[in-house]
Design a protein around this ligand. Structure first.
Ligand SMILES: [Zn+2]
Length: 463
């Protein structure tokens, strides 16, 4: 569907006359506003995003390279086909495969307080402990700097990285970003210091007994150590116990393994553009998840939203000038191969990606929009705020991007990102609590509707 440009000019004149976005005209004052209203009513009535997320999470976890991930690829391909999306395709990508194994256990053994089980999980990509487990004293540190300053003290010990996420950050992603190196690089730093294993405080602001997994790394030339996360309550207990008994020991046994790579797929479907079909507005999320929960927030929510956005546009009878494409990337969590392979594919040479929007921050209420591409893009998109305000988006500022759409930036694609409320995200992130019951259907749907409205405006108006 195409909108007459004189109307658009009128709309922008109305916007320029406004004192602030908060005093924006009622959505019904414009055709775009009416359209956003229509999409919103349909979305909130039907809650398709939640329903498809229910079907996806019923399959179980979708760890990269696993049978669950393969089943999810097939389900979502079928879902896109059933919705009548065009050019539904699987684009292959070769991914790593890691399995957790049957055994994960740990205990604190102290001469003063006895033996207490600790809640742990292996970190993604870690090698297993030896068959008999590891049993050693603990060196607790809050930073790599502290570890290096400890000199020989880590030798033969389990290095316990116990820096909490900073609770003073209102943006929990910032707190995560500041603490995540302990998980990703902890094993490397522990090995350099002469340690025999790495035990990392779970990346969560909550105090619970659920360990949170996530990717860890090894580098060539540095010994590979087994690496595990401990629940935040377990970390507190261990830290407190070390005060009274610095000589206590911890026993850890894991049975995870890295297996040969397998071929998996990105799942793609689109609404072909009416006038400039080779210009693409991309809506992306990642289909793989961690294995402790079922990836309802991370990132089943995003997958449900990008499919729902296209469904809503299609049901509204819209066919914008440019193509709107939804893509469910494989392997965001375990290496990002899906995003890289998509951007580098031969097929991309015939296309121009105008803008890409990634949803990978949980299915919570959208509150803001991050926009890349510089000042003029920001100005243009800020003028669309009246259509996004009723959905909860109260600010638009520089930002945007994501692991999977990041590689598209090399070819000049403008990266955007709807930002949901982040307070509860790290309660569920990468742990057993990332399940469907942690999702609120209306919050999830409002994110999908915002994506639909924004994608339509981008595809119709360009940048
Ligand atoms: Zn994610």
């Amino acid at each position: 569907m195409s909108w007459p440009s004189p109307f658009i000019c009128l709309f922008f004149l109305i916007q320029l006359a406004l004192p602030s976005a908060g005093d924006a005209p009622a959505a019904s004052e414009s055709e775009y506003g009416a359209l956003a209203d229509k999409i919103t009513r349909q979305g909130l009535t039907e809650s398709y995003a939640y329903n498809v997320l229910g079907r996806l999470t019923r399959l179980g976890p979708r760890l990269t390279g696993s049978p669950g991930a393969a089943a999810a690829v097939e389900l979502m391909r079928q879902e896109m086909t059933d919705l009548g999306l065009e050019n539904v395709q699987l684009e292959p990508t070769v991914v790593g495969r890691w399995v957790r194994g049957e055994v994960e256990e740990a205990r604190l053994i102290s001469s003063t307080i006895g033996t207490i089980p600790l809640s742990i999980c292996a970190l993604g990509g870690s090698i297993a402990t030896p068959e008999g487990g590891v049993r050693a004293q603990i060196l607790e540190v809050k930073s790599f700097q502290e570890l290096r300053a400890a000199g020989d003290k880590a030798r033969g010990k389990i290095v316990f990285f116990n820096r909490p996420m900073d609770p003073t950050r209102s943006n929990t992603f910032q707190a995560y970003g500041e603490a995540v190196e302990q998980r990703t690089r902890g094993a490397i730093e522990a090995a350099r210091a002469g340690g025999i294993a790495a035990l990392v405080r779970s990346l969560s602001l909550g105090e619970t007994d659920f360990p949170h997994t996530g990717l860890m790394q090894y580098i060539p030339g540095v010994e590979r150590l087994p690496s595990a996360a401990i629940s935040t309550l377990g970390a507190n207990l261990l830290s407190d116990s070390l005060q009274g008994d610095p000589g206590l020991v911890v026993y850890i046994k894991t049975s995870c393994a890295n297996l040969p790579s397998v071929t998996s797929y990105n799942v793609v479907g689109e609404l072909r553009g009416a006038a400039i079909p080779d210009e693409i507005v991309l809506l992306g999320a990642h289909l793989d998840s961690w294995d402790l929960g079922v990836g309802a927030h991370d990132d089943g929510a995003g997958c449900a939203q990008v499919i729902e956005a296209l469904r809503l546009l299609k049901l509204a009878g819209l066919r914008p000038k440019r193509t709107v494409r939804s893509i469910l990337f494989m392997d965001e969590e375990f290496g990002g191969t899906g995003g890289r392979d998509y951007a580098r594919s031969e097929r991309r040479k015939r296309e121009r990606h105008l803008a890409a929007l990634e949803s990978d921050r949980g299915g919570f209420l959208p509150i803001g929009l991050g926009v890349g591409g510089g000042e003029s893009v920001l100005r243009k998109i800020t003028a669309w705020q009246p259509f996004l305000l009723p959905l909860g988006i109260s600010w638009i500022k520089p930002g945007g991007g994501g692991v999977d759409i990041g590689p598209l930036a090399e070819s000049g694609t403008v990266l955007l990102g709807i930002v949901p409320d982040s307070q509860r995200y790290f309660d569920a992130h990468h742990c057993s609590q990332d399940v469907l019951s942690a999702i609120h259907p209306r919050e999830l749907e409002l994110g999908a509707i915002a994506m639909a409205v924004l994608a339509f405006l981008l595809a119709e108006e360009g940048l």
